[in-house]
Design a protein around this ligand. Structure first.
Ligand SMILES: *Cc1c(COP(=O)(O)O)cnc(C)c1O
Length: 709
C-alpha cells in the first residue's frame, strides 16, 4: 500500500506509531481485542462516537492525543506487540491449508456473496447470510485458504433501525463515505482503477471495484454509484435488498456477471467459484460465455463451469429463492443466448422453475444445475433441501438428490467475550486459536474453577446490561427525554437476574412473540420471589415486511405493560455490535422458529461458545448439537403449533431453567448451571466453529474440485 497517498486527509501520525494507518486498513484488527484497545486507548470517547471505525478515527483524532500516546512507554509496548503479531500473522506458509495441501496453495477460490458482515462500521450486511460470509472470509484468512471474495460495497448499506415512541420501526439509510471505510480502489496490472460494465436493456451499467483487506484475504466489492451511470443505475448498488424485481435482477447481473469481469480485469483466473446463495448464480452464465467465445461448444462450456463450481443454498423459505419471470429475463438477457450458442428457449430452460404465477428463471435452480458440489447448511436443512429440489434429478429417489450439507459455524474470535478469551489463553495457552476445532483441547475448560467461570459470567452480564442501558438512554435522549427520565435508565434491569436473550430478524417464521402467548403465566415466571427473570429482545424486520414490523411493535408495547415492564426490553438497531454484547452477555439464548424453517442459525452457536446454553426448538443446527446437558430442546419434532410450543417453553422455564439458575451452593454458585456452561462450551465451540466448517468445505467441496481440475 502506498502510505503517502493514503495518508492524505488524516491527522498526521507520529512516526513511532505510524503503522496505525496500515492496521486500520486491514480488518484483522476487528477480531483482535488488543488491537481495538489500541485505538480506544488514544481516545475512548471518540472511538465510541465514530462507532469503532479506525479509518474515521484516524481522520478525526486530535493531534495532541496522538502525540501523547506516542510518548507513552506503555502504549508503545502494546503497539509494538500488536504490530509484531500482525506481521507474524501475515506469514503464509505456516497455515493449516498450506501445510495440508501444499500443492494447491497457488490456486484461487472465488467466493461470491451479496453481503459480507465483517464489522459494525461496515454496514454491508443484513443478517445471518452476511455474517456467515464475513466469518467465512476471516476464517479463510486464519486457515490460509487461497480465497478471494466478491460482492458489493453498498453506499447506503443496510438500514439503521429506529423505534418511534409508538413502537414503529423506521429505516434510516446513511450514506457511507468510502473515504471513511477501510476500502481502497482496486487497480489492474497497469495501475489503472478497475471499472467493469454489464449490458442492461438499452444501456450499459458501470461498476467501480474497491478492495477491502481482511487479514490475508482480499475482498473485491463493486459500486455502481459512479459516472456515467444514469441516476437509476447509480442507485443499483445503493442499498442491500432494496428496489423492485427489475432492480434486483439488474443487481444480480452486476454481482454475477460484473463480478467475473472484475476478477479478469484484476488478473485473477480462480480455479473454482463458490456461489454463496443464488444471488450470484449469473456468474455461471458469464463463465460459460467466456468458454464459448474462446471456441468451446455450449455443452463443453457447461461441463467445465459445472466441474469448477460450488453452490450453497441457505433457506427453505420459498420467498428466499429469487426467481425472475421469463418475459423479464428475455428483456434483460436479449442477445446473451446467442453468445452462448443456444436458443432463447434453451436459455430459459437452464433454470426453469414453474411457479403458480407462471414459469420463472430461478437462481437456485441455475446454481444447483451448474455446480458439481451443492450443499445445505445443517444436517436437517440438507434433508429439507433434497426434498425441495429433488425434482431437478427425476432419475433419482428424492432422498438421493445430490445435495449434501456442511453445518454452519462461527468465527470464534469475532464472537467470544474478551474476558473469556483471556481465561482460555490462561488455561490453554494463546495458541488455542490455532486448534479451535479440536474437541479434545476444549476439555481444558474443566480446569477453570466454578468460582472463576461464575465470576466471569457475572462480569460479562453486567457489562452487557450497561451497554443495553446506554442504548436505551441514547434513544430516550434522541426523543427529547428530560434528565429525570434519562436517569431512570440507571435503575433499569437487574445485574443479578436470570437474563434471557432473543435477537434475530423479525421474520414471522421465527415467532418473535411466542413468549407472550400466555401473558399471565409469563408474569408468574418473571415475578417468582427471589427468582427474577428478564428478557432482552433485538432485531430488524425487512422494511417492507409489515407482519414482521408488527411483531416488533408488540414486543415494544409489552415492555410497558404492567407486570412485564422492567423485565422486557427491546434494544434498537440489532447489528454486529449489539449481537456481540448479547450473545456473550445473556444467560440463556432463546430460539423459537417454526420447524424446519431455520436452515441453520448461527447466533445460538455464538452464545453456546460463550458458555450460554441454548433454549431452542429442535431446528437448524441445534438437533446436531443438543446432548441433553448443554441446553434445552423446546417441545418435540411434531408439526409446529404455536400454542402447544409456547406451553413447552413455559414448562421448561418453570421446571428447568429458572430452578437451575437459582439453585446455589454455600458460595452462592449455581453448580448445575456452571456445569451446563462448561458442557455448552465443550460441545459447541469446536464443532460449530468456522474452523471446523471451512476444513469441511475444503475437504468435501473445494479440494475434490481443485484436484479434478
Ligand atoms: C449471528 C447474527 C445473525 C444470524 O443469527 P441467526 O441465528 O441466524 O438469527 C444475524 N444478525 C446478526 C447481527 C448476527 O450477529
Amino acid at each position: 500500500m502506498d502510505t503517502a497517498t493514503l495518508a492524505a486527509g488524516f491527522t498526521p501520525i507520529p512516526k513511532r506509531i505510524g503503522r496505525l494507518l496500515e492496521l486500520a486498513y486491514n480488518l484483522w484488527w476487528s477480531w483482535h481485542p488488543e488491537a481495538t484497545a489500541l485505538y480506544q486507548e488514544i481516545d475512548a470517547e471518540l472511538w465510541e462516537e465514530i462507532y469503532h471505525n479506525p479509518v474515521r478515527f484516524l481522520r478525526e483524532v486530535r493531534q495532541v492525543d496522538l502525540d501523547k500516546v506516542a510518548q507513552s512507554a506503555e502504549f508503545l509496548r502494546l503497539y509494538h506487540k500488536i504490530m509484531a503479531d500482525f506481521d507474524a500473522y501475515q506469514v503464509f506458509d505456516r497455515t493449516w491449508f498450506a501445510q495440508t495441501y501444499p500443492d494447491l496453495a497457488d490456486r484461487r477460490i472465488a467466493y461470491f456473496s451479496a453481503e459480507f458482515g465483517l464489522h459494525e462500521s461496515l454496514p454491508i450486511y443484513s443478517g445471518g447470510l452476511g455474517i456467515l460470509s464475513g466469518d467465512h472470509i476471516k476464517e479463510a484468512s486464519d486457515l490460509g485458504l487461497p480465497l478471494i471474495g466478491v460482492g458489493f460495497l453498498y453506499p447506503q448499506g443496510y438500514f439503521k433501525q429506529v423505534i418511534t415512541a409508538e413502537g414503529n420501526q423506521e429505516a434510516i439509510y446513511q450514506k457511507v463515505r468510502f473515504s471513511e471505510v477501510p476500502a481502497l480502489p482496486a487497480f489492474d496490472a497497469n495501475g489503472k482503477e478497475v471499472v467493469v460494465s454489464v449490458g442492461l436493456p438499452g444501456r450499459r451499467v458501470y461498476a467501480k471495484v474497491w478492495r477491502i483487506q481482511v487479514g490475508n484475504v482480499s475482498l473485491f466489492l463493486m459500486d455502481t454509484d459512479i459516472h456515467p451511470n444514469n441516476p437509476n443505475d447509480r442507485e443499483l448498488s445503493a442499498r442491500l435488498y432494496g428496489g423492485d424485481q427489475e432492480m434486483r435482477l439488474a443487481q444480480e447481473m452486476v454481482l454475477g456477471i460484473g463480478g467475473v469481469r472484475a476478477l479478469r480485469r484484476l488478473g485473477h483466473i480462480p480455479a473454482i467459484y463458490h456461489m454463496n446463495e443464488g444471488h450470484s448464480a449469473f456468474m455461471v452464465l458469464e463463465r460459460m460465455r467466456e468458454y464459448v467465445q474462446a471456441g468451446s461448444s455450449f455443452d463443453e462450456a457447461a461441463a467445465r463451469v459445472k466441474a469448477t463450481s460450488v453452490f450453497t443454498t441457505h433457506t427453505p423459505v420459498p420467498a428466499g429463492h429469487d426467481a425472475f419471470p421469463f418475459p423479464m429475463m428475455e428483456k434483460f438477457f436479449a442477445g446473451f443466448w446467442e453468445q452462448l450458442g443456444i436458443s432463447k428457449e434453451q436459455f430459459l430452460e437452464l433454470a426453469r422453475h414453474d411457479q403458480n404465477w407462471g414459469p420463472t428463471f430461478s437462481m437456485t435452480v441455475l446454481g444447483l444445475r451448474l455446480a458439481a458440489k451443492r450443499n445445505g447448511v445443517s444436517k436437517l436443512h440438507g434433508e429439507v433441501s433434497r426434498r425441495m429440489w429433488h425434482w431437478l434429478w427425476p432419475e433419482r429417489k428424492p432422498e438421493q438428490a445430490p445435495i449434501s450439507y456442511v453445518t454452519n459455524g462461527i468465527h470464534t474470535e469475532s464472537w467470544l467475550a474478551p474476558e473469556l478469551k483471556a481465561a482460555f489463553d490462561d488455561e490453554m495457552g494463546p495458541d488455542w486459536v490455532l486448534n479451535i476445532d479440536d474437541a479434545q483441547m476444549w476439555q481444558a475448560i474443566d480446569r477453570i474453577s466454578d468460582e472463576k467461570l461464575w465470576r466471569l459470567r457475572n462480569m460479562v452480564r453486567a457489562r452487557m446490561l450497561n451497554f443495553v442501558r446506554m442504548r436505551i438512554r441514547h434513544r430516550l435522549a434522541r426523543m427529547g427525554a428530560d434528565q429525570g427520565q434519562l436517569d431512570t435508565t440507571f435503575q433499569l434491569l437487574n445485574n443479578n437476574a436470570l437474563t434471557i436473550g432473543f435477537a434475530r430478524r423479525f421474520a414471522t417464521y421465527k415467532r418473535g412473540t411466542l413468549l407472550f402467548t400466555d401473558v399471565e403465566r409469563l408474569k408468574r415466571i418473571i415475578h417468582t420471589t427471589g427468582r427474577p427473570v428478564q428478557f432482552i429482545f433485538a432485531g430488524k424486520a425487512h422494511p417492507r415486511d409489515e407482519p414482521g414490523k408488527a411483531l416488533i411493535r408488540e414486543i415494544y408495547h409489552r415492555s410497558f405493560e404492567a407486570g412485564l415492564a422492567g423485565h422486557i426490553v427491546f434494544v434498537e438497531d440489532y447489528d454486529i455490535n449489539v449481537g456481540r454484547h448479547l450473545v456473550s452477555g445473556v444467560d440463556v439464548w432463546l430460539n423459537t422458529p417454526r420447524r424446519p424453517y431455520e436452515a441453520s442459525g448461527t447466533s445460538g452457536q455464538k452464545a453456546g461458545t460463550n458458555g450460554i446454553p441454548n433454549l431452542s426448538i429442535s431446528d437448524g443446527w441445534w438437533p446436531e448439537a443438543y446432548d441433553g446437558a448443554n441446553g434445552w430442546v423446546i417441545g418435540t419434532d411434531e408439526e409446529p403449533d404455536d400454542h402447544r410450543d409456547a406451553g413447552y417453553l413455559y414448562d421448561l422455564l418453570e421446571k428447568e431453567v429458572v430452578p437451575r439458575f437459582y439453585n446455589r451452593n454455600e458460595q452462592g454458585i449455581p453448580e448445575g448451571w456452571v456445569a451446563m456452561m462448561r458442557q455448552s462450551i465443550k460441545t459447541v465451540a469446536p464443532q460449530f466453529s468456522m474452523s471446523r466448517m471451512l476444513k469441511e468445505y475444503s475437504r468435501e467441496l473445494y479440494v475434490p474440485l481443485l484436484q479434478n481440475e
